[in-house]
Unconditional design. Structure first.
Length: 184
């Protein structure tokens, strides 16, 4: 979890991520719970032999090897999955923030990553890569939390579209280094 809020002129806080004429809502983006239980469970299930920080910093490299696409599993009263189907979270209108049951979620696009880097960031995913973006998220229930992740949208063989978290940025410096290395 990050506690920084990037402010720059190169992003538009109101611009929603559009894929095929539909807009991704905050519900599309997997994030670490306040308790970290979901990320801990993913790590122990798929990569217990790797350091947690290494796993999350480059999780895209483990899809198709350690992490099966589209798998979900029960965790107490929740169903956990690293795969989110776009059909379950998109809107016909641009939506970048929502308030539901006193829980506020918002996002903005921090960086458009050129598609040519899909194979570098997720080398074992055979599905067609449609788009890559770094997303800054803000969540607030009682305490505000911010997150900065790289996500990829992929089209499966059955033409369904999914979004996957590919990288977790732990600091401004890590994000700046990424931008310097993954540009046009």
């Amino acid at each position: 979890m990050l506690w920084f809020i990037p402010v720059s002129a190169d992003h538009d806080d109101s611009k929603a991520w559009e894929v095929d004429g539909e807009y991704l809502t905050p519900k599309c983006f997997l994030y670490e719970w306040n308790s970290s239980e979901n990320f801990s469970e993913f790590h122990s299930r798929y990569a217990g032999d790797l350091k947690s920080n290494d796993f999350w910093s480059n999780i895209g490299k483990y899809y198709g090897t350690k992490i099966p696409l589209e798998e979900s599993f029960e965790y107490y009263d929740n169903k956990l999955s690293l795969t989110t189907y776009l059909k379950d979270c998109v809107s016909s209108n641009p939506v970048t923030h929502v308030m539901e049951d006193e829980f506020y979620e918002a996002y903005h696009i921090s960086y458009d990553v050129p598609k040519k880097f899909c194979k570098d960031l997720a080398p074992n995913i055979k599905s067609k890569c449609l788009d890559l973006k770094v997303i800054f998220q803000y969540k607030r229930y009682r305490t505000p939390f911010t997150y900065h992740y790289l996500y990829g949208v992929f089209e499966l063989e059955n033409k369904e579209k999914i979004i996957l978290i590919l990288k977790d940025f732990h600091s401004d410096e890590e994000f700046d280094e990424f931008k310097a290395n993954f540009k046009n």
